[in-house]
Design a protein around this ligand. Structure first.
Ligand code: NAD
Ligand code: WQD
Length: 363
């Protein structure tokens, strides 16, 4: 089955049509990696892949595959010499996960287990995993642990966050079973925002956006009337919650740094280690609101409403481990991310929807 398989090394990007995955593919190709992408389009479409090919002037092999479909995934491993995997594919909406927990456990856990089984079968041992700051739960319960270091006790408070923690534990168990073999980099993202500075790729949520920046962008392009700020009675400088917002391009570059780390350790033993990817600086909702108003030159209407269930006061990263070990840090500020988001939103007010000619072929 491997006849004709080239010896060139490929990085398999799962969920590469999604928001963060598509930005990572751009950075990977820019850094000289060959990428093959799989995605089932449950929260995306082909258009970003088509645009990435234009942006990078590179042919990007793409397979519409659900990770839970082992035989379909195997075909990719048969065709390409997969040296490492960056695993973005998963469902990510906190609120939805409380409504349909089984869908989240099935998709995220089973998808990852099938991926790992396939890697094992084909001898691929390196994986970078998209985890989340949500594994820390309400870190404010440990006041001396803000900003949050990686050794802060975990305690996710919703099914989505629990799938992330459980996958981290699965990776640890697999590494423990064959410690010389497996190399796992667990990246705990804080709040990714912004878009590629080209304006060609960006975040395109289906339906009503759950997250602050995409919601503001839709208000700015008049797809929504006003922003609702979920509570101003928190114990912060202006009463709104604090998050560590990170430009998606900085985040994408963190994956290159992690891959390099896994590769440099090549002749030594395996590893399974977590790194926070954040800026180390917290911003309140109203600070981000002001930054986006400035970038777009629009005074967005907003109402203060009640707190959103499950929200916590402060999630700010202590990113020192990534700085020291991965030699990675953020370069962009919230203001840069707001400008890039505005470029994306003005060029693509309805996201990828207006084009999508290629989707007819894949769907
Ligand atoms: P996204 O929804 O834009 O991208 C995920 C992609 O995975 C989508 O294109 C989706 O179609 C695909 N996918 C989902 N299940 C799949 C399956 N079973 N088989 C194949 N493809 C599948 O989300 P994103 O914001 O790019 O997030 C990427 C990863 O990072 C996710 O694992 C998410 O949980 C994690 N993460 C995201 C954030 C955030 O705020 N965006 C923060 C922390 C962690
Ligand atoms: C940010 C702030 C809201 C929308 C989520 C996930 C987390 C991770 C990142 C995946 C909060 C406020 C928001 C709105 C608002 N994802 N807000 N009005 O909740 O910090 O993190 O995305 O792993 O797991 O929980 O991000 O963008 O939803 O909210 O006032 O319409 O903006 O209350 O303070 P969050 P967010």
């Amino acid at each position: 089955t491997d006849a004709g398989k080239s010896t060139a090394k490929w990085v398999l990007v799962t969920g590469g049509a999604g928001y963060i995955g598509s930005h990572a593919v751009a950075e990977l190709i820019e850094s000289g990696y060959r990428c093959v992408v799989v995605d089932n389009f449950c929260n995306s479409c082909y258009e970003p892949i088509a645009r990435l090919q234009v942006l990078t002037n590179t042919k990007i092999p793409f397979f519409k595959v659900d990770l839970m479909d082992g035989p379909a995934l195997e075909k990719v491993f048969q065709q390409y010499n997969i040296d490492s995997v960056i695993h973005f594919a998963g469902l990510k909406a906190v609120g939805e996960s409380t409504k349909v927990p089984l869908t989240y456990y099935h998709n995220n856990i089973t998808g990852t287990v099938v991926l790992l089984q396939t890697m094992k079968k084909y001898g691929t041992t390196k994986l970078v995993f998209s985890s989340s700051a949500t594994v820390y739960g309400d870190a404010t319960r440990f006041p001396n642990m803000i900003p949050i270091p990686e050794n802060c006790p975990t305690g996710p408070t919703n099914p989505y966050g629990k799938t992330k923690l459980l996958i981290e534990e699965i990776l640890e168990d697999l590494h423990t079973s064959e410690p010389e073999k497996w190399r796992f980099a667990v990246l705990r993202y804080f709040n990714p925002i912004g878009a590629h500075p080209s304006g060609l790729i960006g975040e395109d949520p289906l339906g009503i956006p759950n997250n602050l920046l995409p919601y503001m962008a839709q208000v700015a392009v008049k797809r929504r009337d006003k922003l609702f700020v979920f509570g101003n009675d928190y114990d912060s400088r202006d009463g709104t919650p604090i998050r560590d917002y990170i430009h998606v391009v900085d985040l994408a570059k963190g994956h290159i740094a992690a891959l390099k780390y896994l590769n440099v350790a090549d002749n030594e033993s395996g590893l399974c280690r977590a790194w926070n990817l954040g800026s180390g600086t917290g911003s309140t909702v109203l600070e981000v609101y002001k930054a986006f108003c400035k970038a777009s030159n629009i005074v967005l209407p907003y109402d203060i409403v009640g707190r959103r269930a499950g929200d916590v006061l402060n999630l700010t990263a202590k990113p020192d481990r990534a700085t020291e070990e991965l030699k990675w840090k953020t370069h962009f500020k919230v203001a840069d991310a707001c400008s890039d988001l505005w470029k994306w939103a003005t060029g693509n007010p309805y996201g990828y929807q207006v084009l999508g000619v290629a989707d007819a072929f894949f769907n």
